[in-house]
Design a protein around this ligand. Structure first.
Ligand SMILES: Nc1ncnc2c1ncn2[C@@H]1O[C@H](COP(=O)(O)OP(=O)(O)OP(=O)(O)O)[C@@H](O)[C@H]1O
Ligand SMILES: [Mg+2]
Length: 240
């Protein structure tokens, strides 16, 4: 039930990106969304990815999260080459290794906070009663113990995003990927979300956040700046 990720091996990098290229050929001119991107991520690192619109940030997250495949290159999670996985294996690997947090929360509107977290664990093999217990525990842990029966429309943006974070960590994934998680919330709520992500990283969870907000990026351990599908810089944040 801890948030230390089921990585098993604490010595090697939890995530290894090797020479990733992603080329789109829809138009007349091919678009090199990612052009030879490589980096390693240690367990428990809290990383932000910044860069101009169109620089390849979301493409990179989609490839790490097995929502898309690279044109070339490899991605290893917990030393397993996920880019070699069969298409039929992708959903299980994604469920076990990755937690996603989106800008617009993407909660199921008809379900309560509890049910939204519970449903993420549906295929995990955890029995129903235990799933409910864990959903309640996670929501309580992030300060929503009194909102478990609320539906998304009955919650603030910040509360919805916290439910989405509880959902993302429900299966104890190795890595949390968040694309603009504070893009749709106010400044005060932004700090609540960032504090929560910081706490998770202190607990050993590995977090990669794409953001346009340098106030968010500055609070992370490491800032990777993308430009034209390449890593323009990769630096430890001076704020820490
Ligand atoms: N499915 C697609 N088909 C064709 N081109 C695409 C596709 N998805 C992304 N691209 C192109 O790849 C490049 C990188 O896109 P990506 O969405 O990764 O950028 P981003 O850094 O996330 O931008 P933003 O900050 O605006 O979200 C862009 O030039 C985009 O137009
Ligand atoms: Mg994007």
């Amino acid at each position: 039930m801890s948030n230390d990720g089921n990585n098993g091996n604490s010595k090697g990098p939890i995530l290894s990106i090797r020479n990733i290229k992603k080329t789109y050929n829809q138009g007349k001119i091919p678009v090199h969304a990612l052009d030879d991107v490589s980096f390693d991520v240690k367990k428990g690192e809290f990383i932000s990815i910044v860069g101009p619109s169109g620089s390849g940030k979301s493409t990179l997250l989609s490839i790490i999260g097995l929502l898309d495949r690279p044109t070339e290159g490899s991605v290893f999670i917990d030393s397993m080459e996920i880019t070699k996985a069969k298409e039929s294996e992708a959903p299980r690997i994604r469920r076990e290794k990755i937690g996603f947090v989106f800008q617009h929360f993407n909660l199921l509107p008809a379900l309560t906070a509890m049910e939204n977290v519970d449903i993420a664990m549906r295929f995990s093999g955890i029995p129903g009663g235990k799933r409910k217990e864990r959903a309640f525990q996670l929501l309580t842990q992030i300060g929503l113990g009194d909102r478990v029966k609320h539906r998304p429309s009955e919650m603030s943006g910040g509360q919805q995003q916290r439910v989405a974070i509880a959902r993302a960590i429900a299966n104890n994934p190795s890595i949390i990927l968040a694309d603009e998680p504070t893009g749709a919330v106010d400044t005060k709520t932004r700090e609540v979300i960032v504090e929560l992500l910081k706490e998770l990283s202190k607990g050993g969870q590995t977090i990669i956040v794409v953001t346009h907000d340098m106030d968010v990026a500055r609070q992370t351990d490491r800032i990777i700046t993308m430009r034209d599908g390449r890593i323009a810089s990769d630096t430890g944040s001076e704020m820490k």
